[in-house]
Design a protein around this ligand. Structure first.
Ligand code: AOF
Ligand code: ZN
Length: 348
């Protein structure tokens, strides 16, 4: 119980790194001596100090380290990346006991940190609140084990399951509310990239930037097979890094990167592997129907958020369909229901 309490605190600390640590994982660390927390830290930003470094740095009386336990939500690293190995620092500071949430799935670490610590004669306990710790770094695990980003699908639908009007008059259906707009912008900030199909880029002309929340803009991704999207669209304004997947050769310009893929083959696996190479850890798919359904049909998704609104549209573009076999939770805010489907798969 004592161990779980401190790992819970590590998870809580780690979450402060959300939006800033990718493609690294969120990690938190706590140092305890004689039942008292003497130091805490988390990984604040990719390229900067790891959680253990920050926790050790925060300890005032360093002579206590020799009698302390360090709790870390993730296995301390054993490699030289942008920063030196945390396992070496723990050994150097003579911390005798290490409690770890879960092993690091990154191929350069993957148990080597634990081995290093044990070989140095330290007591190492692994797997305290393991599922919670894996859940915390689910985006990082997905990138490192499935070699694709963590995929979140989201759409808003009317009470009669339409996501839009037919648009013969060009006027979009208003399904969002101030609250849902904020939540969408929060999700944008929490994802490395955001993707829409060609039709959505044209009909909605979205900017796909973060405005109603705090945080950085995700990389924008759009499909434009024949390069026929009007250059006047917000998505091609060059204000934000944007990837355009096309079958044509086209030189890249400031913030607009054109990537050639084979549209006669299944495009999603090609796109996913390019995003993996670019270390894009998470991607939010914001529509439209065809793109969302293609991800569902390919079983390429990890979470789905569906906002069900009280409005009736009676006709229009039908909402994507997802099998009922997946577990989901339900939340209701001001008459709007948010269904959250979770693909319980690879964290086991
Ligand atoms: C830790 N503690 O807080 C984090 C770890 O390039 P670097 O040096 O930042 O190393 C990145 C890798 O280190 C990352 O892929 C993951 O395996 C591990 N992250 N490890 O001991 C931390 N963020
Ligand atoms: Zn480290």
């Amino acid at each position: 119980m004592e161990e779980e309490k401190y790992i819970k605190r590590c998870i809580q600390l780690a979450k402060n790194g959300l939006c800033n640590v990718a493609p690294n994982p969120m990690v938190g660390a706590v140092i305890v001596c004689d039942g008292r927390i003497i130091g805490e830290g988390y990984h604040i930003r990719c390229g900067e100090g790891h959680a253990e470094v920050n926790a050790i740095r925060s300890v005032k009386d360093t002579s206590l380290l020799k009698r302390s336990t360090i709790y870390v939500s993730l296995e301390p690293c054993s490699h030289y990346g942008k920063t030196p190995p945390c396992a070496d620092l723990i050994i150097e500071k003579q911390i005798p006991r290490i409690v770890i949430g879960c092993q690091d799935p990154f191929s350069e670490v993957s148990g080597r940190g634990i081995k290093k610590l044990r070989e140095a004669g330290r007591e190492v306990i692994v797997g305290v609140l393991e599922q919670e710790c894996k859940q915390l770094i689910r985006r990082f695990i997905t990138l490192n084990t499935l070699h694709r980003p963590y995929i979140t699908l989201k759409w808003a639908e009317s009470a009669d399951h339409f996501i839009d009007r037919e648009r013969t008059d060009g006027i979009p259906a208003v399904l969002s509310s101030p609250l849902s707009t904020m939540l969408v912008h929060k999700k944008r900030a929490e994802n490395d990239a955001i993707m829409v199909g060609r039709r959505t880029a044209i009909l909605d002309n979205p900017s796909l930037t973060v405005r109603n929340w705090y945080g950085k803009d995700p990389v924008r991704i759009v499909l434009d097979r024949t390069l026929s999207l009007p250059t006047s669209l917000h998505i091609l304004d060059g204000n934000v890094a944007t990837l355009i997947f096309t079958e044509k050769e086209h030189p890249s310009q400031h913030n607009l990167t054109y990537i050639k893929i084979d549209f006669t083959q299944d495009i999603l696996p090609q796109i996913m592997s390019i995003l993996f190479q670019r270390k894009i850890q998470s991607v939010l798919i914001e529509g439209g129907r065809q793109l969302l359904q293609a991800f569902i049909n390919s079983n390429l998704w990890d979470e789905v958020f569906v906002e069900q609104c009280p409005t009736m549209l009676h006709s229009g573009v039908k909402a994507p369909e997802i099998s009922n076999n997946f577990s989901y939770s339900v939340e209701t805010h001001f008459g709007r229901t948010i269904l959250h489907h979770i693909h319980e798969n690879k964290l086991k």
